[in-house]
Design a protein around this ligand. Structure first.
Ligand SMILES: [Zn+2]
Length: 251
């Protein structure tokens, strides 16, 4: 049942990516891609990832928050071999899968903090350095105090040294933030629950990766291809329920 539901929204997703789909790829071929991709998924499908009302990225079982947005990324797969994907040139063949994960505001902030705080601090340090080095008095003081090599290249060497130190500080800070926030937030999306663990075991891999975790973007709403599906499913089940009620009344 899960995979049928998957085929419905995945077909809408592929259609929405029409600009990236080769013209030769006709409707039946898209349906075929849906079927082939569905075979690469867990039996229960992957809809629980966005249907969960609880945040799935929360790592502390005693402190799991409610969903307030969706963390999004794409997964890739080596299969099916015959399907060349132009969108992701680094994958020679295979399917790709958009993933939407229920996420709370704290996990979103933790992800953003790990990316943005080190970058911001790096920019501030280098900004101040550039301003100081623009001052002739500071440059002369460096030439006087630093007693090695040719005086003409001393400011350049000091600048390069500060740059390397700044990069190291940023990397260490990033590492520290990961360790601190990992207590509350999963940074490896394949660790969040059984569905993601099974996806990994079935051969899916992250398409965008930084030093740790997956590169996620955050959205308040589900993408259209999933929203349509939710509406249909709700309407259909409501209809079904009311029909059943009527039938019961008649009996
Ligand atoms: Zn969370």
């Amino acid at each position: 049942m899960g995979s049928n539901n998957f085929e419905e929204w995945y077909y809408r997703f592929l259609k929405s990516q029409a600009a990236d789909t080769p013209e030769s790829e006709k409707e039946e071929e898209l349906l075929e891609v849906c079927k082939e991709t569905a075979k690469l998924l867990p039996d229960e499908g992957i809809d629980s990832l966005y249907k969960s009302e609880d945040c799935l990225l929360c790592a502390d079982e005693k402190d799991i928050r409610k969903k307030s947005c969706y963390a999004q990324t794409d997964l890739g797969h080596e299969q099916p071999k015959h399907r060349k994907d132009k969108k992701y040139s680094h994958i020679s063949s295979g399917a790709y899968l958009p993933i939407n994960i229920s996420c709370c505001s704290r996990c979103k902030l933790n992800y953003l903090a790990v990316d943005l705080i080190p970058a911001l601090i790096g920019i501030i340090i280098m900004g101040i350095t550039i301003i100081l080095f623009g001052n002739r008095g500071v440059r002369d003081a460096i030439i006087d105090k630093v007693d090695f090599l040719n005086p003409a290249i001393r400011p350049f060497l000091v600048f390069a040294l500060i740059f390397v130190i700044t990069l190291t500080i940023c990397a260490l800070l990033r590492r520290l933030l990961y360790d601190v926030f990992s207590k509350k937030t999963h940074f490896d999306i394949f660790e969040i629950n059984d569905t993601m663990k099974i996806l990994k075991a079935l051969g899916w891999f992250k398409l965008y990766e930084n030093t740790k975790g997956a590169q996620l973007v955050f959205a308040k709403e589900l993408p259209n291809y999933l929203q349509d599906n939710t509406e249909h499913t709700t309407k259909d089940s409501e209809k079904q329920e009311s029909t059943e009620e009527e039938e019961t009344e008649e009996v």
